[in-house]
Design a protein around this ligand. Structure first.
Ligand code: ADP
Length: 378
């Protein structure tokens, strides 16, 4: 509905009636549209979508009833309230009008006060119905979010009961060994057990952090704080960190553009995105394979590409790759929770970007992240 000036379509074949209606409505500051036949009213209503239609019953060509029926059968016009204009004594007409979906009637000869009172009532009802529809929509969206969150929670419980067993068993075994054989264990062995405990705790913490991040995202509470970041230096630092950890197992190549440039991104989220893709590239490739990280830019976007020569992802798995807890059928004993990529995708989307995957089993995988940066590149 037009807030300032509601539009009323008056339909009557009698010019005297139309003139009278026009005057009354115009004086009351409505936008007045007029039609002299059912056929033209149907077109007018579809194009102009008035807030209310005043419809005469007796007209040559298609009469008011037929017009009303067609208005109600058309998705574009079906919700526009129709008020019939009918002769005082015509109870049969009034009933038929209601049956066809009209919301009210006014009696002829037309009384200006009555016309205005009915129109006001139905405009208010229409407004309230609109508000109700919006509230219903908001309610069903929040129910949907709640459902997703619940779904996430139950999947977490089944993941946790499964995935936490191994690190918990490791902690229990190693701490038992340390307690029982405290005197007999060499300090080297003790350090090994402590390292295992530390590793298991780290793994569990990572899993918990991932789940917390996901639930934060689902609840719409994940912060996105972009700032100007020099991207070559930023990517270089991440690549260096990974080179240190995996220098004996993988060769990481980094190709940046020629010149340093700054872009508005959230450094924490971007770090998470790149680290996750890089750690997957390493985790899912056999030793001594290459991993390529490419950073490129155009005037309107930046792209990150992480390419590996690893186990690959089947076409079936590619379809579900970004769903929480989904893991490829070929992961074998490689550890994971299936949470990383779903977080990555949502972080990319917070940047209004996209992420794509290309992959062939046994040949390798390439993830490409595009982040649009209209007017943000320096
Ligand atoms: P996780 O690695 O903890 O299982 P992710 O969400 O990071 O979780 O990845 C989901 C799944 O996608 C992985 O289980 C794996 O099957 C597949 N995957 C991700 N990255 C790669 C990659 N570079 N090469 C092969 N498979 C991958």
């Amino acid at each position: 509905m037009n807030d300032e000036m509601p539009a009323i379509l008056a339909v009557d074949d009698n010019p005297t009636n139309l003139n009278l209606l026009f005057d009354v409505l115009d004086k009351a500051h409505f936008e007045v549209l007029i039609s002299q036949s059912g056929e033209s009213a149907l077109k007018r209503a579809e194009n102009a979508k008035p807030d209310i239609i005043l419809l005469d019953v007796m007209m040559p060509g298609i009469d008011g009833f037929e017009t009303c029926g067609q208005l109600k059968a058309n998705n574009v016009t079906k919700d526009i309230p129709v008020i019939f204009m009918t002769a005082l004594a015509d109870t049969v007409d009034k009933v038929k009008g209601f049956e066809l979906g009209a919301v009210d009637y006014i009696t002829k000869p037309i009384q200006p006060q009555e016309v205005l009172a009915r129109i006001k009532t139905h405009l208010t009802i229409k407004q309230l119905q609109g508000d109700l529809r919006q509230k219903n929509q908001a309610l069903s969206e929040s129910l949907e979010r709640e459902k997703e969150l619940n779904d996430l929670k139950s999947r977490f419980i089944s993941m946790a009961s499964h995935e936490f067993r191994t690190p918990l068993a490791t902690i229990l075994t190693s701490s038992n060994m340390l307690k029982r054989y405290e005197d007999r264990l060499s300090s080297e062995k003790k350090l090994t057990h402590l390292g295992r405990i530390e590793g298991a705790v780290k793994r569990m913490t990572e899993m918990l952090n991932d789940v917390l991040t996901l639930s934060k995202i689902s609840a719409g509470k994940q912060k996105y704080s972009p700032e100007a970041v020099p991207l070559i230096e930023f990517c270089h630092n991440i690549v260096e960190e990974f080179r240190l950890i995996s220098e004996e197992t993988h060769i990481i190549h980094f190709s940046p553009p020629d010149q340093e440039f700054q872009a508005q991104v959230d450094p924490n989220l971007l770090r998470h995105i790149l680290s996750n893709l890089l750690s997957n590239a390493i985790k899912y490739s056999p030793e001594s394979r290459n991993v390529y990280v490419e950073l490129s830019r155009t005037d309107s976007a930046i792209s990150f590409r992480v390419k590996d020569e690893g186990i690959g992802i089947s076409e079936d798995d590619q379809k579900h790759l970004f769903e929480a807890f989904h893991r490829g059928a070929n992961v074998d004993t490689i550890k994971g929770t299936g949470l990383g990529l779903s977080i990555v995708k949502q972080f990319v989307e917070l940047h209004e970007g996209t992420i794509d995957v290309e992959s062939k089993i046994h040949q390798g995988t390439t993830f490409t992240v595009h982040i649009p940066l209209v007017e943000k590149l320096k």
